[in-house]
Design a protein around this ligand. Structure first.
Ligand code: ADP
Length: 136
């Protein structure tokens, strides 16, 4: 039913991300494409001075390696995209760029159940042009 399913994964909470990947597999048909996306948040210049060199590059590499391993383990063909930027803006940009017709996103970080929707999830739901499946 869905042609392109985008699954944004927060690398700090990969376990819940895997649940969303399983859901993507259930919503996919033979011709569907599933894209796993992690957004590595930009480090502000004032903070970068205090941090080890190449931290951003290393974070990107680590996210790519981990997402590729998750994709391989899933047994389905999935694309892996890692970008830098603000999480919600970048999720929306990639959804538009890849023509996603479904985004599967967790409602919030584990442990913050008191909030109806986390900040990233809320902005994606509000501004996405396609369907969004919010997983609680
Ligand atoms: P909270 O505000 O409780 O931290 P969020 O709304 O930020 O919750 O996170 C909910 C979901 O948004 C995550 O489980 C993930 O699907 C997505 N998400 C958040 N940050 C990122 C990120 N940096 N890269 C990709 N997806 C993200």
């Amino acid at each position: 039913m869905y042609k392109t399913i985008l699954v944004p994964i927060d690398m700090a909470h990969v376990a819940e991300g895997k649940v969303n990947i399983d859901l993507a597999a259930k919503h996919a048909t033979g011709g569907s494409k599933v894209i796993l996306l992690n957004v590595v948040e930009d480090i502000p210049n004032w903070a970068a001075v205090e941090l080890p060199a190449n931290l951003l590059e290393k974070s990107i590499e680590a996210a790519q390696t981990e997402l590729k391993a998750i994709a391989n383990a899933s047994g389905m063909k999935m694309d892996v995209v890692v970008r830098t930027g603000h999480s919600y803006n970048t999720i929306l940009d990639v959804a538009k760029e890849k023509n996603a017709d479904l985004i599967i996103i967790a409602s919030h970080r584990p442990g913050l159940q008191d909030y109806f929707l986390g900040s990233t999830a809320a902005k994606v739901v509000r501004h996405a042009r396609c369907s969004v499946l919010v997983v609680r």
